[in-house]
Design a protein around this ligand. Structure first.
Ligand SMILES: [Zn+2]
Length: 138
């Protein structure tokens, strides 16, 4: 993934270099979960696109349908729309959204991002965008 190929991104993730970051992504176990069967304390069911536990990444329905309304969300809010509100990025496609989510979760696996199970997820996403996807900030 091209986003990993920068020192600033690897530092933010907690990887020493791009090889470590890429190896962690390759080594991650990835499982799919349905949004309806998923809940996180303190968060609305279905808003989350991914969670990480150890080196396992769980991808929810919203990860795969980032341009579709979040189940139960007001005003047809989509995962991409939520990310745009949180970050101020004006345009983002589904593949880029998914890359941002995966790199965010990689930051938890590698320890560069603090735990955000009690809040702070959007701050972590901003960190990832600034370090790894800065070309989106215009
Ligand atoms: Zn997070």
């Amino acid at each position: 993934m091209a986003a990993l190929n920068s020192n600033e991104c690897d530092q933010a993730l907690g990887a020493g270099n791009v090889e470590i970051a890429q190896a962690a992504l390759r080594g991650a176990q990835i499982f799919n979960i349905s949004a309806s069967g998923y809940s996180v304390e303190g968060l609305s069911v279905g808003v989350t696109s991914a969670e990480v536990d150890g080196n396992t990444i769980y991808l929810a329905t919203n990860f795969y349908n980032p341009a579709s309304p979040i189940p139960g969300a007001v005003l047809g809010l989509t995962p991409i729309g939520l990310l745009q509100i949180q970050t101020g990025i004006s345009t983002i496609d589904a593949a880029t959204y998914q890359a941002i989510v995966l790199v965010h979760e990689l930051g938890h696996i590698l320890g560069g991002l603090p735990d955000d199970s009690q809040g702070g997820s959007s701050d972590n996403t901003k960190t990832i965008i600034n370090a790894c996807f800065s070309y989106l900030l215009n």
